[in-house]
Design a protein around this ligand. Structure first.
Ligand SMILES: Cc1cc2nc3c(=O)[nH]c(=O)nc-3n(C[C@H](O)[C@H](O)[C@H](O)COP(=O)(O)OP(=O)(O)OC[C@H]3O[C@@H](n4cnc5c(N)ncnc54)[C@H](O)[C@@H]3O)c2cc1C
Length: 351
């Protein structure tokens, strides 16, 4: 998938059939009724094998949970289609105009005689051209507030407007997309003007936690690959393995400890989202930044200890390293999250 930058259709099809596309949706709509802890387990396992599949899955879960928070009345069967895995969904938020400030679309929708016309140019949409449903954000022209719409991929006026070529997550199909599409007003998710709230209250907790879990999965695989390689690689003239070198051993130890600390924090954040407490918002902000930065450190160290074997792509370590770079630039970016976290602990308003 990575070598060909190909969308992992086989993996997505397996997820559809396994029931995991409905993991966090309620039983009543065909989902598995699981929560944040199970999501971390599933996403980190997927990411350990294929970062692209894990991110595609996370986008689907984030979009599904947004639909579940306020199911659009115009699409009464949508939630059960998502729950049963009949539909793959994604988020179409980011725009060139507001870049990583995903909460601030600059594109507009306007009311028409029969519904709402969305005119939006989205800069990155994971699963573009492969998803069955896009949750798209626009400003509404009445009040300049944010609306979210469920837009079926079959709606006329949706286009892929560019290529996807990433350093990592190369299977993601995170292409730019154009929406010039009319949908019934009843496709809106939630009341008019509640999109920003939905982004903060629903999208952020699930997306940030899941994104941290992708980082953990990539880090776990990088640590395992580094231990495997340095234990097997021989310095024959010294009759020892690479891992017998004190510097290498110390690096492996640091990576392993970093991973354990991060995993524990991600588990703690999952608990705070499952059973909200006063410091849940801090965990929502902190978990993605911490997970993303740990993955940068850990995969960088894995490249270093594996040396030329990693650089020449003989191991999978270069892929973990490249895939891990996506997390911290995905919105909310790690740096924005540190800024928000800092504001929160010093009692300053986030926006
Ligand atoms: C693999 C991948 C998949 C993606 N999939 C999707 C998707 O499915 N749907 C979607 O909507 N979007 C998606 N995105 C887009 C993503 O969420 C971001 O919007 C995008 O990566 C931002 O890139 P940019 O160059 O516009 O960032 P910029 O906003 O230009 O950021 C550049 C730098 O400025 C920093 N910065 C910006 N604002 C601040 C601030 N206030 N304080 C401190 N630092 C700041 C950032 O942290 C970053 O380091 C995806 C991105 C990637 C890489």
């Amino acid at each position: 998938m990575d070598a060909e930058a190909r969308f992992p259709s086989e993996a997505v099809s397996a997820l559809r059939h396994s029931g995991l596309l409905g993991l966090t949706l309620p039983d009543e709509v065909g989902g598995l009724g699981a929560g944040p802890h199970e999501l971390v387990e599933v996403i980190s396992s997927l990411a350990g094998a294929c970062g692209s599949t894990a991110m595609i899955y996370l986008m689907h879960v984030s979009a599904s949970m947004t639909v579940a928070a306020a199911p659009p009345p115009g699409l009464p069967d949508l939630l059960s289609a998502l729950g049963k895995g009949d539909m793959l969904a994604s988020l179409a938020f980011s725009e060139l105009g507001s870049r990583s400030h995903f909460w601030a679309p600059v594109s507009k929708s306007r009311r028409t005689r029969d519904g709402v016309f969305l005119e939006a140019r989205k800069s990155w949409v994971t699963s573009a051209g492969h998803a069955d449903l896009y949750v798209a954000s626009t400003l509404n022209s009445d009040a300049d507030t944010v609306d979210l719409f469920a837009v079926p991929a079959s709606a006329p006026g949706i286009s892929i407007t560019g290529d996807w070529r990433g350093l990592g997550l190369r299977g993601n199909a995170s292409n730019p997309m154009g929406f010039e599409v009319e949908v019934p007003a009843t496709n809106r998710i939630g009341e008019a003007g509640t999109g920003f709230e939905l982004m903060l209250q629903t999208v952020m907790p699930w997306f940030n936690l899941g994104n941290a879990a992708v980082s953990v999965g990539l880090s776990e695989s990088a640590v395992a690959a580094a231990i495997r390689h340095t234990s097997a690689a021989r310095l024959e003239h010294l009759d020892q393995s690479l891992s017998a070198l004190p510097t290498i051993r110390a690096q492996l130890a640091k990576m392993s400890i970093d991973l354990s600390c991060t995993r524990a924090y991600v588990e703690q954040a999952a608990g705070r989202i499952a059973e909200p407490q006063e410091d849940t918002p801090l965990h929502v902000l902190g978990v993605k930044a911490a997970g993303n930065d740990a993955a940068l450190r850990i995969t960088d160290a894995a490249m270093r200890v594996c040396g030329g074997a990693a650089f020449s792509e003989h191991l999978q370590v270069d892929r973990y390293f490249r895939d891990a770079r996506a997390g911290s630039v995905m919105a909310p970016t790690a740096d924005v999250l540190y800024d928000f976290y800092g504001k929160a602990i010093t009692n300053q308003p986030l926006f």
